[in-house]
Design a binder for this molecule. Structure first.
Ligand SMILES: [Zn+2]
Ligand SMILES: [Zn+2]
Length: 256
């Protein structure tokens, strides 16, 4: 078994991460990238106050069930080590153990510090408001996570599955005679009202980076048939970016 090197404050060597800790998620890597970008490429040691603050934030993030109970989980040593990995990806220098996710996140977000800041703010706000807790974050499957990570994916899901908001949207569409999919135009598939409505889902149209405020208004929602809703979520997962209803419509009308 490999020895875990531990050095105290001011230790010159990188310290390996504790065994048995879960892999870093997209959300966690975005938070670390945000600190790397704010420090403009400087990588402080594990005794730095920003590193300690990020360690605390990561330990409180609801992306790993129960994992935070382990002392070594996302401790300041682990955070400093992750910053070194990010620097290696960013500069091509260093000896860090770089993961495929570190590379992917750098490719997607490395040159977009303002977007990363907005995402980190949105993640913090969602956790603070309790709109993304451990239970609803855990309910998100790996193959449905958006580029912005599990917390914001869970926030999106929680908002659009809110029964009250969905009910208001369906009422409005019935009253205005616009009960059809905003993407493909499909109408109700059954004459029985309950069955007809069951074919439609609400989709939150606010890009995740802009979701720092609470509450959902009707204008935040599109009405999609279940197939188009599945497609738009899958398209965002595959393309690793936010995709609007108009863009999905264009995909469907002219398939590549
Ligand atoms: Zn549709
Ligand atoms: Zn949706």
């Amino acid at each position: 078994m490999t020895q875990i090197k531990r050095k105290g404050a001011g230790g010159a060597m990188a310290v390996t991460q504790g065994h048995g800790n879960p892999k870093w998620t997209r959300d966690e890597t975005l938070l670390a990238l945000n600190l790397y970008q704010r420090l403009r490429g400087q990588v402080p040691g594990s005794n730095d106050s920003e590193v300690i603050a990020l360690s605390q934030r990561l330990r409180a993030l609801p992306v790993h069930q129960g994992a935070a109970k382990r002392d070594s989980f996302r401790n300041p040593d682990g955070v400093a080590f992750k910053l070194q990995n990010i620097r290696q990806v960013a500069t091509g220098r260093g000896l860090g153990n770089v993961s495929a996710l570190d590379k992917a996140i750098w490719q997607e977000f490395g040159e977009r510090p303002e977007l990363v800041q907005r995402l980190v703010d949105a993640i913090g706000a969602a956790v603070e408001r309790g709109e993304a807790d451990e239970m609803n974050v855990a309910a998100i499957d790996d193959d449905e996570v958006f580029a912005e990570g599990r917390v914001l994916t869970a926030l999106h899901r929680t908002r659009e599955r809110n029964r009250k908001v969905r009910g208001l949207l369906l009422d409005e569409r019935q009253q205005t005679g616009t009960l059809h999919c905003d993407c493909c135009g499909a109408g109700p598939k059954a004459s029985n009202l309950e069955l007809a409505l069951a074919g439609f889902e609400a989709h939150h149209v606010t890009p995740l980076a802009e979701s720092t405020s609470g509450g959902t208004r009707l204008t935040d929602l599109a009405l999609l048939c279940a197939t188009c809703h599945r497609l738009i979520h899958r398209a965002m997962h595959v393309h690793k970016r936010w995709i609007g209803v108009a863009e999905l419509k264009a995909f469907i009308e002219s398939p590549a």
